[in-house]
Ligand binder design. Sequence first.
Ligand SMILES: Cc1cc2nc3c(=O)[nH]c(=O)nc-3n(C[C@H](O)[C@H](O)[C@H](O)COP(=O)(O)OP(=O)(O)OC[C@H]3O[C@@H](n4cnc5c(N)ncnc54)[C@H](O)[C@@H]3O)c2cc1C
Length: 81
Amino acid sequence: MPNTELLAAAGAQVDNGVLVDERCRTSLPDVFARADVTTTCTRSRSRLRVEHWNNGYQQGRAAARSLVGGRSPTTTIHTFW
Ligand SMILES: Cc1cc2nc3c(=O)[nH]c(=O)nc-3n(C[C@H](O)[C@H](O)[C@H](O)COP(=O)(O)OP(=O)(O)OC[C@H]3O[C@@H](n4cnc5c(N)ncnc54)[C@H](O)[C@@H]3O)c2cc1C
């Protein structure tokens, strides 16, 4: 179960996970999220919450890039094992 209560109470948009874009930005300014607690918009524009290690790793990289001002989105294709 994604533990989103704190972010929801702070006003973040939540839909089965805290909503993030391809740069791991939540709807709150300067708040980023990654991995299992997030729901992301996929390439097909549907929303998906992924519970796989590789997604958390790639989103962590994307969040780190965003934190230092980068604008490149996560472009990796989701894989798991
Ligand atoms: C049994 C099992 C098998 C899995 N097998 C696979 C697999 O084969 N392949 C695969 O890709 N994925 C697998 N997964 C999924 C993978 O483990 C998760 O997708 C990944 O670990 C999620 O990373 P995360 O950082 O979101 O969460 P986590 O790895 O769960 O890390 C969250 C951390 O936050 C800490 N935490 C929680 N609440 C608080 C708090 N209030 N304050 C401070 N710290 C807190 C927790 O203690 C934890 O250390 C498996 C999961 C399980 C449970």
